[in-house]
Ligand binder design. Structure first.
Ligand SMILES: Nc1ncnc2c1ncn2[C@@H]1O[C@H](COP(=O)(O)OP(=O)(O)OP(=O)(O)O)[C@@H](O)[C@H]1O
Ligand SMILES: Cc1cn([C@H]2C[C@H](O)[C@@H](COP(=O)(O)O)O2)c(=O)[nH]c1=O
Length: 223
């Protein structure tokens, strides 16, 4: 990677059980093995980061061990991203690729589904490091519900996931239309086999393997 380039910030989004964690791991392995670029330094993050003090409160809520007002849990999810913002920026500046399993788009989708205003949901994340690329693993809530482990956490119910998908679809439409500071949004058919999904993801990621020119964007900085 040339000295004028920084690492790429890549986010994988989708419904619960759409295959995000599986694909983040496969992508990490492939980035580290990429032949044409030399080894790429990669860090993986999985939001929410459940090990911080804030993350532990989120974890208890997701396991239905605590109850919180909808606004409060939304702000905790956002605060959990801000806890990592300077770490993300530092990795990117050092040329490390950052792969995130969920980010601010999940924050909006899961809270707006509850009826909180869309703009209100977006506001606390304004100014976070913006991904260069967000890969949305598109799957129907019905298919996701058949996958292993479904139903263990608070939001893993078909009715909830249907509403979440509608908000994700709105976010995707907006990002594809406006081409603003939020980076590129690419939809991937997540109903295919793991290997096929990985191949489709790679086609979108490969142009970023050698790093990215220009400074790190900020989410919704032009609002
Ligand atoms: N393309 C696929 N086809 C069939 N099964 C898959 C596919 N991708 C992942 N799975 C399986 O579905 C389950 C959920 O996958 P994974 O944990 O990667 O999803 P996730 O989106 O990270 O889930 P969550 O959001 O709930 O953490 C796992 O058992 C995994 O092996
Ligand atoms: C980042 C974020 C996540 N959520 C929801 C989405 C999922 O139901 C859980 C996290 O589950 P995972 O298996 O660890 O991916 O939390 C949310 O409501 N708001 C957010 O900002």
């Amino acid at each position: 990677m040339s000295s004028s380039k920084r690492g790429a910030f890549i986010v994988i989004e989708g419904l619960d059980r759409s295959g995000k964690s599986t694909q983040v791991s496969l992508l990490r392995d492939r980035l580290q093995d990429a032949e044409n670029a030399g080894p790429t330094k990669v860090v993986m993050l999985h939001f929410p980061i459940r090990t911080t003090a804030i993350g532990k409160m989120i974890d208890a809520y997701l396991h239905s061990e605590s109850e919180l007002d909808d606004h409060t849990i939304h702000l905790l999810f956002s605060a959990n991203r801000w806890e990592l913002a300077s770490t993300i920026t530092a990795h990117l500046a050092q040329g490390t690729t950052v792969l995130a399993d969920r980010y601010a788009f999940s924050g909006i989708a899961f809270s707006a589904r509850k009826g909180l205003p869309y703009e209100w949901c977006r506001a606390p994340d304004v100014g976070l490091p913006a991904p260069d690329l967000t890969l949305f693993l598109n799957i129907s809530p019905e298919v996701a519900a058949t996958r292993a482990g479904y139903g263990l956490e608070r939001y893993e119910k078909e009715e909830v996931q249907k509403g979440v998908k509608q908000v994700f679809d709105k976010i995707g439409r907006e990002m594809q239309e406006d081409g603003g500071s939020e980076g590129k949004w690419v939809e991937i058919d997540a109903g295919k086999t793991k290997e096929e999904v990985a191949e489709d993801l790679w086609k979108a990621v490969e142009p970023l393997v050698n790093g990215v020119q220009g400074s790190i964007g900020r989410l919704w900085e032009n609002l």
